[in-house]
Ligand binder design. Structure first.
Ligand SMILES: N[C@@H](CCC(=O)N[C@@H](CS)C(=O)NCC(=O)O)C(=O)O
Length: 214
């Protein structure tokens, strides 16, 4: 059986959510971050050479990297409903938003986290450039959410599963006010939050944490 190693408050929530959306049988192993440095604990580090979340184990396979895991699960177990393929008009936007999630959105949030942790003043050039990039990225997502219900288009896909962490749980580490992005907020509150599989995944992953949807 597929085992999902979930590091609490991390990108591995995407994989728990994906399994719940697909209704897959899977074993969920939850790990807490170290209290001191908030990194993954030694047991998590031992799972994979990178030691970062997510990691899945499927028979002899140990796989890391959210995007690879999502593609692997969809390709191996997914009935196809959460991906878009070549002849589908949503194929190109699906690919774009699936890859934008880690390539640009999460990367920018990560950069913003560093600036936040270093407590750089807003006028410091790197801090100012990072804030500008973050606004560009969030405005881009906001414009997309204003036009279509889900990132790939009319239907919910794995592109949403890849993106939501950066707009929600990531903000517990790097606070970002979503008030200037009302369509992102509507997307989170009206379309993602009510999804039973999302709520179940979040509850199973960390019953003590309320999803940050606003
Ligand atoms: N690009 C990777 C990023 C993985 C990553 O940075 N995970 C963080 C959690 S969000 C982590 O494991 N941090 C704990 C640590 O570095 O020890 C992916 O999507 O899988």
């Amino acid at each position: 059986m597929l085992t999902v190693h979930h590091l609490r408050r991390s990108q591995s929530e995407r994989i728990v959510w994906l399994c719940e959306e697909l209704g897959l049988p899977y074993e969920l192993v939850c790990h807490n971050r170290n209290a001191t440095d908030l990194l993954a604990p030694p047991a998590y580090k031992a799972l994979h050479p990178m030691g970062i979340a997510p990691v899945i184990v499927d028979g002899d396979l140990v796989l890391g990297e959210s995007g690879a895991i999502v593609e692997y699960i969809l390709g191996t177990y997914g009935p196809g409903a959460l991906a878009r393929r070549g002849s589908d008009p949503d194929f190109a936007p699906y690919l774009y938003w699936l890859h934008f999630a880690n390539g640009t959105l999460q990367a920018t949030m990560g950069r913003y986290l560093v600036v936040h942790r270093l407590q750089l003043p807003p006028e410091q050039p790197v801090a100012a450039a990072t804030r500008k990039r973050l606004d560009l990225v969030l405005s881009h997502v906001d414009a997309r959410c204003a036009r279509v219900p889900y990132l790939a288009g009319a239907r919910f896909t794995a592109a949403d599963i890849m993106s939501v962490f950066s707009l929600t749980t990531m903000r517990t580490f790097a606070p970002v006010d979503l008030a200037p992005y009302p369509h992102v907020r509507a997307y989170l509150q009206e379309r993602i939050g009510p999804r039973e599989a999302y709520r179940r995944a979040m509850r199973k992953g960390d019953p003590a944490m309320e999803p940050m949807l606003s």
